[in-house]
Design a protein around this ligand. Structure first.
Ligand code: MG
Length: 401
């Protein structure tokens, strides 16, 4: 069996103005994503995501790179040789020209996930069987997320997630210390101690504000504090991990095992690899092993689409260091309508897919009906500061929302 073709699917869905959400990562305007499909001369194919959920770069760039750079590099290769293809693409194609982080690794991620999907379909088994078999029948999940708003609205959204069966949820912070603390306090008081609450600053705090809010999180028993400070402040992650009882989490914006290592060495408690960005299922698995060897936990970032969720789900089903999966519960047809058989989530547990490979199938008619339109999918994020709320309001006004 040989790889015969690579094709890119781009999709785009505008988020209705009333359903747009805002965090330190920016205001989400539409859901835009890219998927790579790998074909073989034996008729078996597989699909993988390099999906950012909402993006602020031109996705036709991904299509051009795949068609003109990645495709010629893998045509004629044995698609089951996932490790060899990963190393060839990473060392031979990406690091010297596109860098060892960012979009080149994201495209490698899509190809790697597609190859695992393809291998599973060819052998007639789910991907988690290829990763060592199940350590659990379904993966625990949390609802993501309660976005920037006032305390009453935050409580309303949190209770909606509980009504959908979740017993764990995440709150976005990073707007301003006072407002963030009020929202977390209100949500924790409303949902009670039985519900696990996580907090995500999307890199928006300075060290001092993160430490101050972290002490409140310690008092409230929050499960983890995600991306509290800038990724450039690895030392800050270590200081927070040491000073706080609340676990410190990072990973959705990290690429490859070498991107995670400095944070693990600094002492972060939870890592959040995402198969659609960090280097595929092959690399996410290595990151899980690195964390497990240091007795740390893994909670994969899985925000963008059904393929990303399921790719990470297979890792969670096969690796016991994964404690919980993120599920995007905001407006996102890429989770529900992009595939004909989205994963079933009941009472906060995602069921193991039963079909071969990833176990989900692209709805090609839906893809055709939602072509990529270009333009920004997400407004600019904020830089670490204490009074960033004013800045975010101004950005939202600039974007006409
Ligand atoms: Mg996050």
């Amino acid at each position: 069996m040989r790889i015969s073709d690579l094709r890119v699917h781009l999709v785009d869905v505008e988020i209705p103005p009333g359903r747009r959400v805002r965090s330190g990562a920016g205001l989400k305007l539409s859901r835009q994503a890219a998927f790579v499909e790998v074909f073989t001369d034996e008729g078996v194919s597989g699909i993988g995501p390099c999906s950012f959920g909402s993006v602020s770069f031109e996705l036709t760039f991904v299509k051009t790179l795949v068609e003109h750079v990645f495709k010629p590099a893998v045509i004629g290769r044995d698609p089951t040789a996932t490790e060899a293809i990963w190393e060839e693409l990473y060392y031979g194609l990406i690091v010297r020209t596109y860098g060892n982080r960012g979009v080149g690794v994201a495209i490698l991620s899509a190809i790697d996930v597609a190859l695992w999907d393809l291998k599973g379909r060819w052998l007639g088994v789910p991907v988690y069987s290829l990763l060592g078999g199940p350590v659990r029948e379904g993966a625990p999940a949390y609802a993501s997320s309660v976005y920037w708003s006032n305390p009453d609205e935050c409580v309303r959204t949190a209770r909606e997630y509980l009504d959908r069966g979740y017993s764990a949820l995440k709150i976005k912070v990073g707007e301003s210390y006072r407002k963030d603390a009020e929202c977390i306090e209100a949500v924790c008081a409303s949902v009670g101690p039985e519900v696990q609450v996580m907090v995500d600053a999307n890199l928006s705090y300075t060290r001092d504000v993160a430490l101050k809010l972290g002490r409140e999180l310690d008092r409230l028993g929050v499960m983890f504090f995600e991306e509290p400070v800038s990724l450039d402040d690895v030392e800050g992650y270590g200081i927070l991990a040491k000073a706080l009882d609340t676990k410190i989490a990072v990973g959705e914006n990290l690429y490859t095992r070498w991107g995670f290592l400095p944070y693990l060495d600094a002492g972060v408690d939870v890592v959040q690899p995402d198969s659609s960005r960090c280097g595929g299922i092959s690399e996410a698995r290595r990151v899980v092993d690195l964390a497990a060897a240091r007795h740390r936990l893994v909670a994969p970032h899985t925000f963008s689409d059904a393929f990303t969720l399921v790719a990470n789900l297979h890792i969670a089903l096969a690796m016991s260091a994964v404690v919980i999966l993120e599920v995007d519960e905001t407006y996102n047809p890429l989770m529900t309508e992009l595939v004909r058989n989205p994963p079933a989530i009941r009472q906060g547990i995602i069921a193991a897919p039963t079909g071969p490979g990833l176990g989900i199938d692209l709805d090609r008619d839906w893809v055709e009906d939602h072509p990529y339109r270009g333009g920004r999918g997400i407004g600019p994020g904020v830089r670490p500061a204490t009074g960033v709320g004013d800045l975010a309001d101004r950005l939202a006004a600039d974007l006409g929302t």
